[in-house]
Design a protein around this ligand. Structure first.
Ligand code: F6R
Length: 371
C-alpha cells in the first residue's frame, strides 16, 4: 500500500530514515560494537577485494571501494557483472569476492559470483573461496551461492528505481569497512567512535532533508520542463552519487543525464555545456571541496544553470550556485548517505511533474533475471 504517497518510490524515499535505523539496530550494538556475523575465516588475511554488481548496486559498490580502500586499507576493484563474466581478472590469493544485488536474482551478478567460485575451487579443490553477498533478500539465489550474507534489511522495494535499498547497501559497506578496519587496526578507536556517532545521526539528518528540502526541490523542477540533458558531478566519495543521480533521472524521467567526476569535465564533457544543460554539483566540505567548487565555476562560465548540493552553513556557495540544496553538516566519509537523498527527490519530482509512471518506468524490470 502507498499509505497516502502518490507513488511507491516516494514512500520508499520516506522510509529511508527507518531503513537506516533498522540496519544499525541489526548490526551495531548499544556499546557500538559492529556485528555483521562475518567469520574470521572470511576476513583474515584478505589481500584484495573484487566486487561485482550492476546498475545502482554498482554505484553503491563504488562507494564501497572508496571505504574499503580508505578505511580498511584493502585494494578493491569494482566491475560490472556483465563485463566481469567475459574478462575475469587473473586469480590472486586471498581475494574476498563480494556480489552486490538488492534482488539477489540479477542474472549477470549471480553468474559472475558462481563463475568466480568455480574458478577458485577449480584451481585447488581444497581451497575455500571467500564469497560474500550483500543483498536485500536472504532467500535469494545469490545468498545461497555466496554462503555468507549481509542482509540489508530494507524491506521489499516496489518502485523499480532503487532508493532505500541503495541507502541500505551503502550502510552495509560502511559497517563492512569499519569491521575490516577494526580487525586490521587501520583506524584509531577515536576515528571509529567518530564515524559510529555520525552513523547514528543519519536517520534524523535524512528526516531533516525530507522535511526541509522536498517542497523546495519540487518547486525547482518547474524550470526543467523543457530540459533534455542534465550533467551531475561529484568528486571523491561523492562521485558515485553523481552517477546515481544521473541514473535515477534517466530511468524515471527519460531525460538524458550523465554523471562525471567533476575533474573530468574539462577533458571532454564540458563541450556539452550551455544555458540549456543544467549541472547538479555535489560540493560538500572535505578533502575535495575546493576542487569541486572550482569545477563548478568552470561549468558556470559555460552558462549552465548550477544546482549545488552543499552544506547548510556554506556562505561561499551562494555566490557560485544558482540554486542551493543545503544539507546538514556531516563527516565527509558519511556524506553520500545524505547527498543521495536530493538526487532521488530531484529525479522523482521531475518525472512526476512530467506525468510519468514513476514506479514502472518503460523498458525496465525490477529484477533482471536474463543475461
Ligand atoms: C536502478 C535499478 C537498477 C538495478 C540493477 C541491479 O534504479 O533499479 O539499475 O540497480 O538492475 O539490480 P540488483 O541490485 O537487484 O542486482
Amino acid at each position: 500500500e502507498k499509505q497516502g504517497f502518490r507513488h511507491f518510490m516516494l514512500k520508499e524515499i520516506y522510509e529511508q530514515p527507518g531503513v537506516v535505523r533498522a540496519f544499525l539496530e541489526a548490526y551495531l550494538d548499544a556499546a557500538d560494537v559492529i556485528n555483521l556475523g562475518l567469520p574470521e575465516s572470511l576476513c583474515k588475511d584478505v589481500e584484495n577485494i573484487q566486487i561485482v554488481a550492476c546498475g545502482t548496486s554498482w554505484h553503491a559498490s563504488l562507494v564501497g571501494k572508496y571505504l574499503l580502500e580508505q578505511v580498511a586499507g584493502i585494494p578493491t576493484s569494482v566491475q560490472y557483472s556483465s563485463e566481469f563474466r567475459y574478462a575475469p581478472p587473473p586469480l590472486t590469493a586471498n581475494t574476498l569476492i563480494i556480489g552486490v544485488t538488492q534482488s539477489g536474482e540479477t542474472a549477470d551478478t549471480l553468474a559472475a559470483l558462481t563463475m568466480e567460485k568455480e574458478r577458485r575451487i577449480g584451481k585447488s579443490p581444497a581451497y575455500q573461496p571467500r564469497l560474500l553477498a550483500i543483498t536485500n533478500r536472504l532467500d535469494s539465489s545469490i545468498a545461497s551461492v555466496a554462503g555468507q550474507v549481509i542482509d540489508t534489511h530494507a524491506g521489499i522495494e516496489i518502485g523499480v528505481a532503487a532508493t532505500k535499498t541503495f541507502i541500505a547497501q551503502l550502510l552495509a559497506f560502511y559497517l563492512l569497512a569499519l569491521d575490516l578496519g577494526a580487525r586490521r587496526q587501520t583506524l584509531s578507536e577515536e576515528r571509529l567512535e567518530e564515524i559510529v556517532t555520525g552513523l547514528r545521526q543519519l536517520p534524523a539528518q535524512i528526516e531533516l532533508i525530507l522535511e526541509s528540502q522536498e517542497r523546495y526541490i519540487q518547486e525547482l523542477t518547474h524550470q526543467f520542463t523543457e530540459t533534455q540533458d542534465f550533467i551531475f558531478v561529484g568528486r571523491g566519495i561523492n562521485f558515485p552519487i553523481a552517477l546515481e543521480g544521473a541514473l535515477k533521472l534517466k530511468e524515471i524521467s527519460y531525460i538524458h543525464a550523465e554523471g562525471y567526476p567533476a575533474g573530468e569535465l574539462k577533458h571532454g564533457p564540458i563541450a556539452l555545456l550551455d544555458a540549456k544543460v543544467p549541472v547538479v554539483a555535489i560540493a560538500m566540505p572535505g578533502s575535495v571541496y575546493e576542487k569541486a567548487i572550482s569545477n563548478a565555476q568552470e561549468a558556470k562560465a559555460r552558462d549552465s544553470r548550477l544546482i549545488g548540493v552543499v552544506q547548510m552553513d556554506d556562505a561561499h556557495a551562494e555566490e557560485i550556485f544558482d540554486d542551493l540544496i543545503p544539507l546538514p553538516a556531516v563527516d565527509e566519509l558519511l556524506s553520500p548517505i545524505l547527498t543521495a537523498i536530493p538526487m532521488q527527490l530531484l529525479a522523482y519530482h521531475i518525472a512526476a511533474r512530467r506525468g510519468l509512471d514513476v514506479d514502472q518506468p518503460r523498458n525496465l524490470a525490477k529484477s533482471v533475471t536474463v543475461e
